[in-house]
Design a protein around this ligand. Structure first.
Ligand SMILES: *[C@@H]1O[C@H](CO)[C@@H](O)[C@H](O)[C@H]1NC(C)=O
Ligand SMILES: *[C@@H]1O[C@H](CO)[C@@H](O)[C@H](O)[C@H]1NC(C)=O
Ligand SMILES: *[C@@H]1O[C@H](CO)[C@@H](O)[C@H](O)[C@H]1NC(C)=O
Ligand SMILES: *[C@@H]1O[C@H](CO)[C@@H](O)[C@H](O)[C@H]1NC(C)=O
Length: 790
C-alpha cells in the first residue's frame, strides 16, 4: 500500500457523508501518499457475498459437475455465481441470504465459508540506490533484466501507453504464457505487447458489494487504470528504461523498474471504492493458470485471524505450493508495534524505507528564522512575497474561508487524514500556500506529496516552532522557497519511514514480520492520464510520472528483484528466493560510515520488528551462497505444530492430512529466529534448521557460525562449522540454542526495559565472499501492549 491509500479509504467514507468542507471526491490526481491500508469491513445488508470453500473430493457422485453440486447447495433458487474457483481451491462466491449461508455451512463437503471483505489500496533514483545500475554486476549479467520472468500485479489496472510499458528490445512472448488481453472500455488487444503481455479485470465481487458497482462515468470497465496506483506499482517492478523522466521537473533522470525486461501481467481487482477479496482470489487463480511466476500485491490484506479463517492466507499457501513467489506490502499503520498482520510465512511482507533523495525547500518566517522542509511544488509556483500565516487543525470542518484568503496556512494534518482534499479546500478558499505537518506519521517531514496548492511538508519540531510563532508573534508572515532541485537526502538512508507497519507478527509471533525493507518514500513511477472533473477544475495537469510513498511502493521493488533472481536461477523455489533476499539484506546505511539503519519515528536504531531481516540488497541477493529452503513437508509440519485439526489442515492445504501428534516440530526452515518470552525472564528455545548450498563453487567449502548481539544471553550453534563437499544442492543441518545468560534477561538494561533483544546468526564462508545472515529476536509478549495472540 502507499501512504495514500489510507487517505483513500477515509475519503470514500467522506464521500458518503455531507461535510461542511465538501472535499472533492478522491481522484487519481490526489497525489498524496499512502497506499497499503487494510482491512476487512464486513458487508452489512440482508444478502451478503460469501466465498464457499469445498472439499472437491467430496462431490457427491450424482452431480455431474461441481457447478451442479454448488447449485444444489443453495435453495431456493440458485443465484448466479459470482465466481467459481477451480484451481487454487474449489468453491464459489455468491450473494446469499443468511438462511442460505447457514444451510451451506452445514452441508457435507463444505469446508468453510467466508464473508467477502473490502480491501483498500495500501523511480528514477531507486535502481541506482539499490546498486542495479552497473551493467557489470553479477545480478545484471545473470538475470538479463528479468527476461523470461512474468510478474502478475493485482491492483487498479494499468495505463498501457506509458513509455515504461513499451516492448522495445523485448524478445518474443514466453511460449508457456496462456494469459489474455481482455478487451473493454478503452482497452483492446493492441493495448498489450511483449512487455505488457496480459491484462484482465475482475469486477464480479465488487459489483455485488455495497460499495459497487463499477461507475462507468468515473472509471473504465476494463484493465485500464483510472486511479494511477497500479500503473505506478507496475512501473516500479518492471518498467522499461525511460530517459528524461521526471515529475514536474523534479527527480529528473532515467526511470526504470527493478526488472526492466521482466514481463508484466495486470489483474485489475480494485475499483473506485475498494477491492473485493472474492475478486482478488479469482485473479490469483487466473494469474497462476496464465503462467505468472511472481505475484505482487500492494493491498491491505492484513488479517489478525488464524490461517484457516483467513482466505488470503489459504489462497497464498496454495499458490506458494505451486511455486509462486508472492510479495505483499506490510501496510502503513506504523510506527506502532504489532501494527501489521500479513503474517503467513509463505509470503514476503515488505516494509518501507527512505531513499537517498530529497526535495528540499525552506520557509523564511517574518521573525528572521528559517525552517527546512520538503516540497514537490516547482520553484516558480511557490510564494515569492511574505504572506500572513494562519493555522488550522482538526476538525477541519469548522474553518471560515474568509480567514484563509491570501494566507499561508499551517495545517496540522496529524494522523491519517486526507490531506489532498484539504489542500484543495484551502485553494478554493483563496489560500496561497499550505505548510503541512503529518505528526507522528512523518515526524521529520520526509514524505512529500503533490498538492493542488503550493505546499511544503515540515517535521513535528518545525511545525511546533511555526505554531508558536503564529500564536505569540506579531503579524506573523512567511515566504516559502524551493530550489526546485533534487538533492541528496540530508540524513543517512535508508531510514525506516514512520508509517511502515511494524512487528511483532500478530498471528504467529514466532515468524518474524515484516520480512524485508525496500524503498517506499518519494518514489517516481508511471501514472494514469485520467483527470477527474474536480481536479480538472483545479487546473491540474496530466502527468506521465508521479511521486508516491507507501509500503505499496516498497512491495514491487521486491517483486522486481525476485524476478531478476528467478531469471538468474530458474530452478529456485519461492522459499529459496525469499531466503536469498533475506539473508543478504543490509542493516546499515548505504554510505560511509555505514551507521545502522534508524527508525525515523524514534531516531533510534531500527529493530527486526521494523526492518525484518534488513533492507533489500539485490546485488548480494542473486548470489547468497546458501539458502534456507522449505521442503514439501515443512509447511505441513509447521501447521501441525499449530495444533490444527484434520479439518483445519484440509481447509488450509486442500489435502487430507493427519498430523502425527507426537514429536511434531512447529519449526519451519525460516531464515529468521524468534524466541517469544511468555513470562518476563522466561525464555529459551532450540531451533533446528538446514542450509542448502546454491553457489557453483567446486570442491570443499566451509562456513563458520558467528553470533552477534544478544548480550546477556547464552547462544550456541552446533556444529559451529559446516563443511559442504558436494556440488550445489547439498544440505547440512545445524541447531541454534538461545537461553538466559548468568545475569538473566530481566533487570538488565537489554530486554528489561524494551521487552526486546536482538542479534544475528552469521554463517561466513571460509576464504570466500558469501555471508548468510539471519536475525535472532527475543521478545516479551507482555511488554508489547495491545498484542494479542490469536
Ligand atoms: C564494465 O566492464 C567493461 C569491460 O571490463 C568496462 O569497460 C566498463 O567500464 C565496465 N562498466 C562499468 C559501469 O563498470
Ligand atoms: C485499439 O485501440 C487503439 C488505441 O486505443 C485503436 O487505435 C485501435 O483502433 C483499437 N483497435 C481495435 C480493434 O478496436
Ligand atoms: C459516478 O461518477 C461520477 C463522476 O465522478 C459521479 O458524478 C457520479 O455521482 C458517480 N455515480 C455514482 C453512482 O456514484
Ligand atoms: C499444541 O498443543 C501442545 C500440547 O497440548 C501444547 O504444548 C502447545 O502449546 C500447543 N501449541 C499451540 C500453538 O497451541
Amino acid at each position: 500500500m502507499t501512504v495514500q491509500e489510507r487517505n483513500k479509504s477515509q475519503i470514500s467514507k467522506q464521500r458518503r457523508m455531507p461535510s461542511l468542507l465538501s472535499f472533492p471526491a478522491f481522484t487519481s490526481l490526489s497525489l498524496s501518499l499512502l497506499l497499503t491500508i487494510s482491512i476487512s469491513l464486513q458487508i452489512p445488508p440482508s444478502k451478503k457475498t460469501f466465498i464457499v470453500l469445498v472439499d472437491s473430493d467430496s462431490k457427491p457422485s450424482p452431480f455431474i459437475s461441481h457447478h451442479h453440486w454448488y447449485s444444489s447447495l443453495i435453495s431456493p433458487p440458485p443465484p448466479p455465481f459470482i465466481h467459481i474457483y477451480t484451481t487454487l481451491f474449489h468453491g464459489f462466491s455468491a450473494n446469499l441470504a443468511s438462511h442460505q449461508s447457514d444451510h451451506i455451512k452445514k452441508s457435507p463437503g463444505v469446508l468453510a465459508i467466508f464473508p467477502d471483505s473490502i480491501l483498500n489500496l495500501h523511480t528514477t533514483r531507486s535502481p541506482g540506490f539499490l546498486g542495479l545500475n552497473n551493467p557489470n554486476s553479477s545480478i545484471s549479467r545473470l538475470s538479463n533484466g528479468g527476461d523470461d520472468t512474468i510478474i502478475g500485479i493485482l491492483d487498479t489496472g494499468i495505463w498501457p501507453e506509458r513509455k515504461s510499458f513499451t516492448d522495445y528490445g523485448m524478445g518474443p512472448m514466453p511460449p508457456r504464457w496462456r494469459g489474455e488481453c481482455m478487451e473493454g472500455n478503452r482497452f483492446n488487444r493492441s493495448s498489450c505487447n511483449r512487455k505488457l503481455i496480459g491484462a484482465r479485470f475482475f469486477a464480479g465481487g465488487y459489483n455485488a458489494s455495497p460499495v459497487g458497482p463499477v461507475n462507468d462515468t468515473a472509471e473504465f470497465r476494463s484493465p485500464r487504470d483510472s486511479n494511477g496506483h497500479g500503473t505506478h506499482v507496475a512501473s516500479i517492478a518492471a518498467g522499461a528504461h525511460v530517459a528524461g523522466a521526471s515529475f514536474r521537473s523534479f527527480a529528473r533522470g532515467t526511470a526504470k523498474g527493478m526488472a526492466p525486461k521482466a514481463r508484466i501481467a495486470i489483474y485489475k481487482v480494485c475499483w473506485d471504492s475498494g477491492c473485493l477479496l472474492s475478486d482478488v482470489c479469482k485473479a490469483m487463480e487466473e494469474a497462476i493458470s496464465d503462467g505468472v511466476d511472481i505475484i505482487s500485491i500492494s493491498l491491505g490484506l492484513s488479517s489478525p485471524l488464524p490461517f484457516y479463517l483467513d482466505l488470503f492466507a489459504i489462497a497464498s499457501f496454495r499458490a506458494f505450493q505451486k511455486g509462486i513467489f508472492i510479495s505483499v506490502s506490510a501496510g502503513n499503520e506504523g510506527p506502532y508495534q504489532a501494527s501489521m498482520a500479513n503474517s503467513p510465512p509463505w509470503i514476503m511482507t515488505v516494509g518501507a524505507g527512505t531513499i537517498d533523495r530529497d526535495f528540499p525547500a525552506t520557509i523564511s518566517l517574518g521573525n528572521g528564522n528559517t525552517i527546512h522542509g520538503v516540497s514537490l511544488t516547482p520553484h516558480d509556483e511557490l510564494t515569492r512575497l511574505p504572506h500572513p500565516l494562519v493555522k488550522i487543525s482538526p476538525p477541519f470542518s469548522t474553518f471560515s474561508p474568509q480567514s484563509m484568503h491570501g494566507r499561508i496556512v499551517l495545517c496540522m494534518a496529524v494522523g491519517h487524514v486526507p490531506r489532498i482534499p484539504i489542500g484543495a479546500a484551502m485553494k478554493r478558499a483563496g489560500a496561497v500556500a499550505m505548510i503541512i505537518s503529518h505528526g507522528n506519521l512523518d515526524p521529520r517531514g520526509v514524505i512529500t506529496e503533490s498538492h493542488v496548492i503550493p505546499a511544503i511538508v515540515v517535521g513535528v519540531t518545525e511545525a511546533k516552532f511555526i505554531d508558536d510563532y503564529i500564536s505569540y508573534g506579531k503579524d506573523p508572515t512567511a515566504v516559502i522557497v524551493s530550489d526546485g532541485l533534487v538533492s541528496p537526502h540530508i540524513e543517512p538512508a535508508p531510514m525506516v519511514v514512520s508509517f511502515s507497519s511494524r512487528g511483532p507478527n500478530m498471528v504467529l509471533p514466532e515468524i518474524l514480520k515484516p520480512d524485508l525493507l525496500a524503498p517506499g518514500v518519494n518514489i517516481l513511477g508511471a501514472w494514469t492520464d485520467v483527470i477527474a472533473p474536480p481536479d480538472a477544475a483545479l487546473g491540474i495537469q496530466r502527468l506521465e510520472f508521479n511521486i508516491l510513498s507507501g509500503t505499496s511502493m516498497a512491495c514491487p521493488h521486491v517483486s522486481g528483484v525476485a524476478a531478476l533472481i528467478r531469471s538468474a536461477h530458474h530452478e529456485w523455489s519461492p522459499s529459496e528466493i525469499k531466503s536469498a533476499l533475506m539473508t543478504t539484506a543490509s542493516q546499515h546505511c548505504s554510505t560511509a560510515p555505514f551507521p545502522p539503519i534508524i527508525d525515523e519515528s524514534s531516531g533510534n536504531a531500527a529493530s527486526p520488528f521494523d526492518i525484518g531481516a534488513g533492507h533489500l540488497h539485490p546485488v548480494r541477493a542473486v548470489d547468497p551462497g546458501l539458502v534456507y529452503d522449505v521442503g514439501p513437508n515443512d509447511l505441513v509440519n509447521f501447521l501441525c505444530g499449530l495444533n490444527y485439526t484434520d479439518e483445519q489442515m484440509k481447509i488450509v492445504t486442500g489435502k487430507r492430512l493427519s498430523c502425527v501428534k507426537d514429536g511434531v516440530d512447529r519449526e519451519m526452515n525460516y531464515p529468521a529466529f524468534v524466541v517469544v518470552m511468555e513470562e518476563i525472564g522466561v525464555a529459551g528455545g532450540v531451533f533446528e534448521r538446514r542450509l542448502k548450498k546454491v553457489s557453483e563453487d567446486e570442491g570443499v567449502v566451509y562456513y563458520r557460525a558467528k553470533v552477534v548481539g544478544l548480550e546477556g544471553f547464552r547462544v550456541w550453534v552446533k556444529p559451529r562449522r559446516l563443511r559442504f563437499c558436494g556440488g550445489p544442492g547439498e544440505s547440512l543441518g545445524f541447531r541454534l540454542g538461545v537461553g538466559l545468560g548468568e545475569k538473566g534477561m530481566d533487570g538488565g538494561d537489554g530486554i528489561g526495559r524494551s521487552g526486546l533483544a536482538y542479534g544475528a546468526l552469521i554463517w561466513r564462508e571460509g576464504g570466500g565472499k558469501h555471508v548468510v545472515r539471519s536475525p535472532i529476536v527475543v521478545f516479551s509478549k507482555k511488554r508489547f501492549m495491545g498484542f494479542k495472540k490469536v
